[in-house]
Design a binder for this molecule. Structure first.
Ligand code: FUC
Length: 768
């Protein structure tokens, strides 16, 4: 980091005096010169399970807390038994073109009971009140992405105060240390508040205990107990327990250890003991000095975070506070902001999705509400998948484990829905799920009547193998892939015109067609997802040497699916019929039918140029602007079209204040984390694409980034690559093989085939 401070960067402190607060020494930091005034300014820390938002107030600190299993409700089965009887009639109406009647019948007979799923909720807040009078100077609040520590520091009455906050994946606690550079200066009162049904008491002398039960929602009773504990230790001074609060006076420093747990053991077992879990975590962490808590936390974080570095060049703008950089994006040349956004997204995935935890939901794990937007759950018609797009390419494969575990749960709950509502084998999941792995269609026909969510999730099961080539893992997940295929063997129907096999009833996620609903048969996205599912099942069965008959059935079914079609405007058709140009929302945020180009590679500029041109046309018709995740998807698509300039333009739209809050959370709006993750994968796709059987180097490099280097990206086949470019041209690439095997590198028209032993490294320099 260049530590120059021109007059431009002399800044106002929160008390208004002129000072020169230094930017953090670590360039991969978010930083601010004032506390957070609203939640989307607070800084997020998390260990996959325990999340905190750090506001950084001088007189009052608010640490908003989450635990990733604290959702409303309890185990439930929403599958609607009336669906089975209605199914033939619904299909008949759809094939007769009576879509609105089909919609109504679906609404009456096929939707889940209840019609909504359970919300993800918050634990509450830890509040620290300080006796500082107004007038803090030299205030800085930062989040170091390399250490995953949030720090607040300021000066009051000549003493410099520092607060450090992190959420340790090793010790399963959130740690807060309060220090001052003069002895006896640390004085504060700690208390807790919560919107949950809970009480806050003090376990003398030094522990705040919040205990409660979760609430019900939509008629499903709450079934969870939970507990949060805050143990306070002080060096010097005094700890005085009070009524629901604890006061520390005149200490040299204080250490707060926060644990939280619920009784959730699995989607069908809520018999855990939150008290012993929380107590144990505090007891174990309590014997470690702060330095070892910190060291272990940082080591665990860096093991993942440091696998990838990205340098796009740095300008003086990189010294400025993050909120100002986002605000001035269009006025100031600041390539490092994109690198920071990229690494922040990787930081968020590491912090919200570690093995053994719940998958990252619509807000990762950060939520301060009892009824957050879309319940902050799992939306499987794009959002959950987008959360995991960057995982494999940006070398965070471990973070996929919670998603894989959720899919395994869904094979069970989804098998019940398949049987009850469709009379089918295998398993099915519609467009949403929650902590309880609900799998039936919700919300209403327009959104919910989409049976292909589980099949899409299976792409992630396959990709996790394809990037690692771990056959033992593949053997574990293969039954889930096979079960997803089985459901479609049993439910695909022949459409009357071409005799293609199609899904029915279904829809092209959330987009209404010209006949007053979204409900239809065989939308393009379904066909593309099922082609991937069947192909990946066949490949997996071949690798594992099993199920020859099943492979044949998968191939025969795949070959009868409706093909991708190009419509009259030259666009890729979203539906079986050429309805695109007549659809009421031509600029719809979802671009479901373009799944074939990204995340899939069925459509590719090299292998299927006509279809790729049709995707381009569809994207042009749809337009660039969309919700945060809608922009994130478009970014990946333009990168796959090898149009670096357009991809860069879209990335700029994602980074603007309209789509990026001051704390760098993505703005749908409101906050939705998928846009962050789509942004990360999109940036990675500009440098490296691993699809259609090749590794494409710098396929979408924009002019704005003439020089740079990215290290540690992953490609299919277990390869890790460092790519460097100069003056807009590939300068050098290093390939490491982690699994042994062959690959083809491509740079423009030039290719190079490699056959590598496990552990081998190859260089390709000076490519013309
Ligand atoms: C889908 C999207 C919305 C939102 C919601 C969580 O329904 O269409 O834009 O992202 O998921």
């Amino acid at each position: 980091m260049i530590a120059t401070h021109s007059a431009l960067f002399v800044i106002m402190t929160i008390s208004g005096s002129l000072t020169a607060v230094q930017p953090p020494a670590e360039p991969l930091s978010l930083w601010y010169r004032q506390p957070a005034r609203q939640w989307v300014e607070a800084l997020a820390v998390g260990n996959g399970r325990l999340g905190a938002m750090v506001f950084g107030g001088v007189v009052e600190e608010r640490i908003q807390l989450n635990e990733d299993t604290l959702w409303a409700g309890g185990p439930y089965d929403p599958a609607n038994p009336d669906a089975l009887d209605a199914l033939p009639k619904v299909r008949e109406l759809i094939f007769a073109g009576r879509y609105r009647e089909a919609h109504n019948l679906v609404g009456q007979k096929m939707m889940a009971k209840p019609l909504t799923q359970m919300p993800y909720q918050c634990v509450g807040d830890l509040l620290l009140k300080f006796p500082h009078a107004d007038g803090a100077t030299d205030y800085r609040r930062d989040l170091n992405l390399d250490t995953a520590v949030a720090t607040v520091s300021y000066t009051v009455d000549g003493a410099r105060y520092t607060r450090e906050v992190f959420s340790s994946p090793v010790d399963q606690i959130i740690v807060i240390r309060l220090t001052a550079d003069k002895p006896g200066k640390v004085t504060f009162t700690a208390g807790m508040r919560t919107p949950q049904k809970a009480s806050v008491t003090v376990e003398s002398p030094n522990t705040l205990v919040m205990q409660g039960v979760n609430g019900g929602a939509a008629g499903i009773a709450g079934a969870l107990k939970y507990q949060g504990r805050v143990a306070i230790a002080a060096s010097g001074g005094q700890i005085v327990p009070g009524d629901g609060r604890i006061t520390v006076t005149d200490a040299d420093s204080a250490l707060l250890l926060i644990a939280a747990a619920t009784s959730y053991k699995s989607y069908k077992d809520v018999t855990g003991d939150p008290e012993s879990l929380a107590k144990d975590a505090i007891t174990k962490a309590g014997v470690k000095p702060f330095e070892s808590l910190l060291r272990d936390h940082v080591a665990a974080h860096q093991k993942l975070f440091r696998r990838v570095t990205l340098d796009l060049g740095t300008t003086p703008a990189a010294n400025r506070p993050t909120d100002e950089r986002i605000r001035d994006l269009d006025k100031v040349k600041d390539p490092q902001l994109a690198a920071l956004y990229f690494q922040f997204g990787r930081y968020l995935l590491i912090s919200s999705s570690r093995p053994g935890c719940q998958p990252a939901n619509l807000q990762g794990i950060w939520n301060d509400s009892m009824n957050p937007p879309w319940q902050s759950k799992y939306t499987i018609n794009i959002n959950t998948e987008m959360n995991y797009w960057p995982a494999e390419p940006t070398n965070l494969a471990e973070c996929v484990e919670p998603l894989v575990a959720m899919v395994m749960d869904l094979t069970d709950t989804g098998a019940r829905t398949a049987k009850t509502s469709y009379g089918a084998g295998g398993w099915v999941t519609h467009h949403n799920t929650d902590l309880w792995r609900a799998s039936a269609p919700i919300d209403g026909p327009q959104w919910g009547m989409w049976p292909t969510g589980g099949a899409w999730l299976c792409l992630h099961l396959w990709d996790h193998y394809d990037y690692s080539r771990d056959k033992e893992y593949l053997a574990k997940v293969y039954p889930a892939m096979k079960g997803a295929a089985q459901f479609f063997f049993d439910t695909l129907v022949e459409e009357p015109t071409h005799k293609w096999l199609v899904t029915s009833p279904s829809l092209s996620p959330e987009n209404g067609h010209p006949f007053g609903t979204s409900v239809c048969a065989g939308p393009a996205m379904d066909m593309q997802i099922l082609r991937d599912l069947f192909n990946n099942c066949i490949r997996a069965a071949e690798i594992l040497g099993v199920d020859e008959d099943f492979r044949k059935q998968a191939a025969a079914t795949r070959d009868r699916l409706a093909p991708d079609q190009i419509g009259s405007a030259g666009q890729l058709q979203e539906w079986l019929e050429d309805w695109d140009m007549k659809a009421p929302e031509r600029h719809h945020r979802h671009v479901s039918h373009l799944y074939g180009l990204y995340p899939s590679d069925q459509i590719h500029v090299r292998t299927t140029p006509d279809l790729a041109a049709a995707v381009r046309k569809s994207l042009e018709v749809r337009g660039d602007d969309a919700t945060g995740w809608g922009i994130g998807w478009r970014l990946n698509l333009w990168a796959r079209l090898h149009d670096g300039e357009h991809a860069y333009k879209i990335l700029t739209m994602l980074l603007r204040p309209e789509r990026t809050y001051p704390n760098m959370f993505d703005a749908h709006p409101p906050f939705q984390i998928d846009g962050n993750f789509g942004g990360v994968s999109g940036i990675a796709e500009m440098f490296l694409q691993s699809c259609a059987g090749e590794i494409d180097l710098l396929p979408a490099l924009p002019k704005a980034w003439p020089n740079g280097v990215v290290k540690g990206l992953r490609a299919r086949g277990g390869f890790e690559l460092d790519v460097q470019w100069k003056d807009g041209k590939l300068a050098n690439v290093t390939v490491r093989s982690l699994a042994g095997g062959s690959c083809r590198l491509r740079y423009g028209a030039v290719t190079r085939d490699l056959n590598m032993a496990k552990g081998q490294t190859a260089e390709w320099g000076g490519v013309q």
